[in-house]
Design a protein around this ligand. Structure first.
Ligand SMILES: *Cc1c(COP(=O)(O)O)cnc(C)c1O
Length: 376
């Protein structure tokens, strides 16, 4: 009989927990109309220009894409005012995260450093690679999920290869001032000269003032920083899988050597280019998210929930104290056909995360919450 013998770190691995899909909820609860506010997707859907590009290029999917996706790389380089040789493209920024770990961090020798909680792909892909993970608890004393750069730095030494931060953070929505990120990169260069600071800006364009908060947008890029962005959120292309990074140029060269060929497919490339040109859709998205975020913040606060300020397209919150538990609240919402994100897998069992929806979805969520809390 075949005995499958996988590496011990894979045997111990807990998979990424994506939450139920709309189809699964429909089936489990017998609900026709499901509202999904669980995965920080674009509340306005997909850019019409991207959709049109996907249809226009569908007949050509029998072809392989051009290796390196040079048109898209050039467009992104122009957008961020960097050399195209610094752009890395991936099948979602998840692919870039995974590959950076594999390129830079040797199992048994090197470590990565990240906050706890943080975006779960960082520690999961580090575990897949079998490398040591050092985690720094987040703003616990202040209960505001703020970053303590000194505490993070204290975990980095000569063996550390990657330090991850998310600005704004997931799942809290907290965004540090960009000067603090810059200072962190500077201090890191001193204590760990071989280490890179990964600045994941997946949500930064939702901030009220991206130009003020984004270190990438400032144009003053520290030598040891890698910036990550994605088409999954504000560009409305989560399902087609497209992300990118701005890397130090020599690292970008190794990235392209090691990356599987063609992992950014033809439709993703064309959709990405079209989405970049669709400024109307993007402006509408950013306006809708910033407005919806205020509506949800006010609505949840009025219901006596604890809500954390957010610069992203989601809000972290807790139901009122001495009332219903987060788990019961999540279940009750699900019975009403509304999916949000419980945060047990982030070790925050008493917190929940809700993505900003469109105006109807936001209103339906707040009405359901009012109903649930009044009957608790
Ligand atoms: C959603 C998200 C991403 C994007 O991942 P993709 O693979 O590009 O879909 C990256 N980082 C964080 C923190 C996220 O929440």
């Amino acid at each position: 009989m075949l005995q499958i013998s996988v590496r011990p770190e894979i045997r111990r691995l807990e998979p990424y927990s994506p939450g139920l899909s709309i189809a699964e909820i429909r089936q489990k609860y017998g609900i026709a109309q499901v509202i999904k506010m669980a995965s920080n997707e674009n509340p306005l859907g997909t850019s019409p220009l991207a959709l049109e590009a996907i249809c226009r290029h569908a007949p050509f999917v029998f072809r392989y894409p051009q290796e390196g996706n040079p048109r898209l790389a050039r467009t992104l380089a122009d957008l961020h005012n960097v050399s195209p040789a610094r752009i890395a493209l991936g099948n979602g920024s998840d692919e870039i995260i995974d590959l950076l770990i594999r390129l830079l961090v040797e199992p048994g020798r090197h470590a990565i450093v990240c906050f706890d909680p943080c975006f779960s792909i960082y520690p999961i892909q580090a575990k897949v690679s079998g490398v040591e993970i050092r985690r720094c608890p987040l703003g616990i004393e202040q209960n505001d999920f703020s970053f303590n750069p000194d505490a993070l730095l204290s975990l980095a030494n000569a063996d550390t290869r990657l330090v991850f931060i998310t600005t704004p953070d997931n799942p809290s929505g907290y965004c540090p001032p960009r000067e603090a990120v810059k200072r962190l990169a500077g201090c890191l260069a001193k204590v760990a000269p071989h280490c890179l600071l990964i600045v994941d800006e997946a949500y930064i364009d939702f901030a009220d003032d991206e130009a003020e908060l984004s270190l990438l947008a400032s144009g003053a890029l520290p030598e040891n920083a890698v910036f990550l962005r994605t088409f999954s959120k504000s560009y409305g292309l989560a399902g087609i899988r497209l992300g990118y990074g701005v890397l130090p140029q020599p690292l970008a060269e190794y990235y392209w050597r090691a990356r599987l060929p063609f992992s950014v497919n033809i439709l993703a490339e064309e959709a990405g280019l079209a989405a970049l040109s669709d400024t109307a859709f993007r402006t509408a998205t950013l306006t809708a998210v910033r407005k919806g975020r205020r509506v949800l913040l006010q609505g949840l606060t009025a219901l006596h929930c604890k809500v954390w300020p957010s610069s992203a397209n989601f809000l972290l919150f807790q139901p009122p104290e001495n009332g219903i538990s987060a788990r019961a609240c999540f279940e009750a919402l699900m019975e009403k056909g509304i999916i949000i994100r419980p945060l047990k897998s982030y070790k925050l069992p008493e917190h929940m995360r809700v993505s900003v929806g469109n105006p109807q979805e936001n209103a339906a969520f707040l009405a359901a919450m009012r109903d649930i809390l009044n009957n608790a």
